[in-house]
Write a protein that binds this ligand. Sequence first.
Ligand code: HEC
Ligand code: HEC
Ligand code: HEC
Ligand code: HEC
Ligand code: HEC
Length: 247
Amino acid sequence: MTQRRKWTAIPGLLLLVIGAVVLSAYSGASSSQGNQPTQPINFPHPRHAGATKDGGLGMNCLYCHNTANKSQDVGMPAVNTCMGCHTIVAAQKPEIQKLAKYYADKRPVPWVRIHKVPEYVHFPHVRHVNAGVTCQTCHGQVQKMAQVYQYASLNMGWCVNCHVNGYDPKEGQKAAGYDNVPPAGYSGGAPYGTPGTRAGISLSSPGMGVVPDSARTTPPATVASNGGATPSVERRRARYDCAACHY
Ligand code: HEC
Ligand code: HEC
Ligand code: HEC
Ligand code: HEC
Ligand code: HEC
């Protein structure tokens, strides 16, 4: 190869490299806003996670999505978790009989994944949940969705916007539909929505820990004493260098 030909090859090689990067960027398909696939079992979040005054059981999100505060991935409930109640509850209903069939066959329910970021994006649930970002800030008020859909775009601008501008726990509370009222069992001290406290999650009663309606409508004394305002916390900002999200 002559000196000249070597140099003309470089732009070509560069194009190849850029092409490969773009292709690999697109290879991990991401889901899109509004995405609402039909599920194998018509599971009603409002009946389970909705407030009791709305006819729900007020179940904690973590009762079923029990790794959201522990790991990268949230996890879907095992059939066993459902059968704890449904061996008896509504056992004759057709949707529950479908569930019982998976249980009898020892097969997981093949839930259709709704939210997905591409493989090249690093998204740790645990970091967000433990920083006090409410589930609903990113997922909308799932406890009121007859069928779950993708509420936010999940695109890069959406992530970076919050990391740069910061997260305000008060807005997160509002987004959650908790009317800026701390959950049952919240005893004051560290401001609700800061590390160590869990967004929308009762600290005193793990497992079936629920946010009773009384706690949603009548602020506890500790809150009333400061005018019901969220304790003054700075907006929580996060890293936004490329390597934070792209390994
Ligand atoms: C009784 C168990 C249970 C509880 C409690 C529960 N979920 Fe779910 N969740 C499920 C099941 C089952 C699915 C899959 C079926 C579906 O999409 O409706 C699911 C799906 C989801 C999805 C979509 C997952 C995907 O594929 O992207 C989100 C988001 C979600 N739940 C958030 C929440 C939030 C937020 C709460 C609390 C307000 C909550 N869930 C409470 C069982 C539960
Ligand atoms: C804490 C108890 C409990 C757990 C755990 C639970 N459920 Fe339920 N579920 C209920 C109750 C109570 C109802 C309302 C039953 C009724 O209306 O007769 C219900 C209703 C339902 C219905 C609607 C039935 C119908 O057709 O009206 C479906 C589907 C369902 N549950 C699926 C699930 C799945 C899937 C899981 C596990 C991810 C689960 N449930 C976990 C208590 C529970
Ligand atoms: C900062 C935004 C944010 C918060 C807060 C958040 N999520 Fe997510 N959630 C996402 C994104 C982004 C994805 C897609 C992640 C991926 O593809 O790896 C997702 C995916 C999920 C899934 C599907 C996971 C799977 O394996 O199928 C469930 C279920 C879920 N979230 C539930 C929750 C629950 C419950 C909470 C609160 C305890 C919560 N999320 C808090 C952004 C968020
Ligand atoms: C509503 C606000 C909000 C949104 C939206 C959001 N984040 Fe975050 N993110 C945070 C907060 C708050 C932290 C915690 C910072 C801490 O622990 O100090 C965080 C932390 C992180 C971390 C850990 C950074 C580190 O310090 O190592 C990663 C990675 C991350 N987010 C990725 C994402 C991605 C990818 C998305 C979009 C799919 C996203 N985030 C959307 C608020 C948000
Ligand atoms: C807070 C998290 C976050 C940070 C910081 C971040 N990205 Fe991203 N990036 C994402 C997410 C999420 C996607 C996937 C977007 C989608 O699926 O639409 C993405 C997608 C991309 C893509 C694929 C292009 C596309 O639209 O498909 C490229 C290239 C990229 N990012 C480069 C960068 C560079 C360069 C930086 C630093 C300047 C950066 N990112 C910083 C979250 C982040």
